[in-house]
Every structure is written in structure tokens, then in C-alpha cells.
Design a binder for this molecule. Structure first.
Ligand code: NAI
Ligand code: MG
Length: 355
């Protein structure tokens, strides 16, 4: 199987962590029947400085012609907010990437990096957040900023709700979850009332899955009080933004969290959830695992390569007993640079792919 993968390295630590992701893609090409042809599609702040455009037409053409996109992060401290970052929205909207998939999994070796006490971690944390990625308050629909008044419109459509909720039910079924949780604010917001109605309409088609509704404010406390209760969690754009950052902290470091911006069956974009981290850029200390887990997601969601995805995860889990970047460092475990951590994981993966 031959696939073309667009690579946007981006700004700050973006190129450092993406280079470690590229190592993994090359390994898979070298040691399996799958061949990934990597093509760079520059975007972000540095590109803006050079060409006056954060997503040059040529880059977007490359992205549109690819089977998947690996994205670092964009944003530079010497540019006004949004100047580099709007490239992400252009890609999400341009490709109609309506699913934001964010797994939150606490790996065994990182258990004591979790800020929760053992009793709250319970049986462990392994949640998949599925966030609607195109509608709601973030869509820019009807937003106005005046001198003494500003407004944003929370628009949910039936089409928008149906496609994300349907995706979430299919996902939960595929990964054999027993329960799906919907997060909304239906006690106050009309869009949430539509959402909840559609959640239960679609849910009727999945009689064996347990369904629950939780209000966003209550969910925020349940997520730290009993995270082990949740499996698949589906929610709207803004609520998903907030709870997935809360969740990311539970797994030890922002540098550990991965995400997919997905349109099933079409080109999708995979990225670590962290930003360009200007405070640590250029030091070779950023954690590359969020990026490598994004490749795992790419393998499973875009290419249905479940076994390879699984091997990537095992390699990471094992590597964490031997080496760590500084954000998750621990006495008795070697502190490693970005590149050394990437090599450690790549070597573990190589051993299992060779078999
Ligand atoms: P950030 O995620 O870049 O950094 C927050 C904190 O986490 C920093 O202390 C940073 O050093 C640390 N951190 C982030 N990634 C890490 C990693 N891989 N390993 C170890 N530590 C890591 O968020 P911040 O500072 O709010 O944003 C910096 C820039 O990135 C801004 O321009 C922002 O707009 C942009 N950004 C871009 C995103 C994207 O391209 N998808 C997402 C989030 C922010
Ligand atoms: Mg966010």
C-alpha cells in the first residue's frame, strides 16, 4: 500500500517533534509492506514572515492531494495572536474536518505523574474525547465585535450534530466500549437541547451501548473525581475544547497528548495537542510522544493499520520505563533529549516490526 503524507513542521518545537514522527513513518516504510511518501507542506509563522501568507496555495494543494497530514504546531511570539494560528482553521474548515478525536490515556509508567491521588485514578484513565470541530461558538457565524457590545452565536445544525454523534457511536462500537457519554448544557442552551435529542435518536440504533448525558459543569468535576468511569465522550466544539485540555493534564504532560482532525474517508490531519512552545524551542527537550501518538492515530483512523498502531503504543509504553524527556522526568529514569527519546521509541518499534 502506497500513501502520500503531507508534513507541516510548523514553528517553535514543531519541527523538532515532527522530525521524531518522521522517523516512525520511515521505519514503517522500511520494515512493512506499507510505503509512506512524505511531502513537506510548509505553513505557519515562519512561512508567513517569508511569503506574507501562513498557508501558501502551494502548501494547501500538497495537503489536498495527500492521504493524511502530520502537523507540528504553529505560532510565534513575535507575531500578533492568530497570524500564524489561523492556518489551522483554514485547514480544518477547508477540508471540513468535523471530528476532533482526542484520546486521553494514562500509561502505566506515568501513573505517578498524574496529578490525581491513586483513589481517584481508580482502574485507570483511558478516555476518547470526540469533539465537534466546525460548529457552535467557534464557527464565526454571526459574530460581531462593537465598542460596547460583542456577540457570538452558538449555532448547531441537525446535520452537524448528526454526523459527529453518529461518528462517536460508530467509534465506541468499533473499539468495543460499553458506554458513551454525551456532554452538553441542555438545562440552559437551546443548541444543547437539539444535540441531546439527536444523541438519543441516534442512540436507539445502538441498543447494547450504555448512554449517559452529563452537563458540562458537572462533567468537569467528574473528570477529576472519577475519570475511570468514562470511555467514549462526545460533545460540541467549545465544551470539547475545554474538557480535552483538562483531560490532557491528567496523563502527565501536555507533551503526551495526541489528536486527529478527521473527515472519515477523506484526508485528515493529525497533530500533538500542544502548541509551538516558544519557551523550550530549539533546546531539543520537547516531548515527542504526543506527535508519535498522533501517528498511531493516523495509522488506525486513516489507514486501518490497527496492528501497527498497537505496536507504536507498546513501544512508547516500554520506552517510558527507560527514558523520559524533562517534562515527565523521574529519578532513576534517564532524562533524554527529544531526539534520543524518538530514537528509543523507534528502536523498540523496529524490533517488533522486524518480527
Ligand atoms: P504550548 O502548548 O505551546 O505550551 C504550553 C506549555 O507546555 C509550555 O510551558 C511548553 O513549554 C509546554 N509544552 C508544550 N509542548 C511541550 C512538549 N512537547 N514537551 C514538553 N513541554 C511542552 O502553549 P502556549 O504557550 O499557549 O502557545 C504557544 C504558541 O503555540 C502560541 O502561539 C499558540 O497560539 C500556539 N498554539 C498552536 C497550536 C497548534 O498549532 N495546534 C495549539 C496550541 C497553541
Ligand atoms: Mg484548545
Amino acid at each position: 500500500m502506497k500513501k502520500k503524507i503531507a508534513i507541516t513542521k510548523g514553528d517553535g518545537v514543531g519541527p523538532e517533534v515532527v522530525d521524531e514522527g518522521i522517523k516512525i513513518l520511515k521505519l514503517i516504510t522500511n520494515y512493512t509492506d506499507f510505503e509512506f511518501n512524505l511531502v513537506e507542506a510548509p505553513a505557519g509563522g515562519n512561512v508567513y514572515k517569508q511569503y506574507g501568507d501562513n498557508l501558501p496555495q502551494k502548501s494547501f494543494e500538497i495537503i489536498k492531494s495527500a492521504d493524511a497530514l502530520l502537523f507540528g504546531a504553529v505560532g510565534l511570539p513575535d507575531l500578533p495572536p492568530g497570524v500564524a494560528e489561523s492556518a489551522i482553521l483554514k485547514i480544518r474548515q477547508g477540508l471540513d474536518l468535523f471530528v476532533n478525536l482526542r484520546p486521553i490515556k494514562l500509561y502505566e509508567p506515568l501513573k505517578n505523574r498524574c496529578p490525581l491521588k491513586e483513589e481517584f485514578i481508580g482502574e485507570g484513565i483511558d478516555i476518547t474525547f470526540i469533539r465537534e470541530n466546525t460548529e457552535g461558538l467557534y464557527s464565526n457565524y454571526g459574530s460581531k465585535l462593537e465598542n460596547n457590545k460583542a456577540e457570538s452565536v452558538m449555532l448547531y445544525t441537525r446535520k452537524g450534530c448528526e454526523r459527529i454523534i453518529k461518528y462517536a457511536f460508530e467509534y465506541a462500537t468499533k473499539v468495543k466500549h460499553q458506554k458513551i457519554t454525551s456532554v452538553d448544557k441542555a438545562n440552559l442552551l437551546k443548541p444543547s437541547q437539539l444535540w441531546r435529542k439527536i444523541f438519543h435518536e441516534i442512540g436507539e440504533g445502538y441498543p447494547t451501548l450504555a448512554k449517559e448525558d452529563i452537563y458540562i459543569d458537572a462533567f468537569c468535576q467528574w473528570l477529576i473525581r472519577a475519570p475511570y468511569k468514562f470511555q467514549t465522550v462526545v460533545t460540541g466544539n467549545m465544551f470539547g475544547d475545554i474538557i480535552s485540555d483538562e483531560g490532557a493534564f491528567l496523563i502527565g504532560s501536555l507533551g503526551m497528548a495526541s489528536s486527529g482532525n478527521i473527515h472519515p474517508g477523506k484526508i485528515s490531519m493529525y497533530e500533538p495537542i500542544h502548541g509551538s512552545a516558544p519557551d523550550i524551542a530549539g533546546k531539543n527537550i520537547a516531548n515527542p510522544i504526543g506527535t508519535i501518538l498522533s501517528i498511531k492515530l493516523m495509522m488506525q483512523e486513516s489507514f486501518n493499520l490497527m496492528e501497527i498502531a498497537n505496536e507504536i503504543e507498546i513501544a512508547i509504553d516500554q520506552a517510558l520505563y527507560e527514558g523520559r524527556t524533562i517534562d515527565i522526568q523521574e529519578t532513576n529514569i534517564k532524562t533524554m533529549s527529544t531526539q534520543d527519546m524518538g530514537d528509543l521509541i523507534a528502536n523498540k518499534l523496529k524490533e517488533s516490526l522486524k518480527k
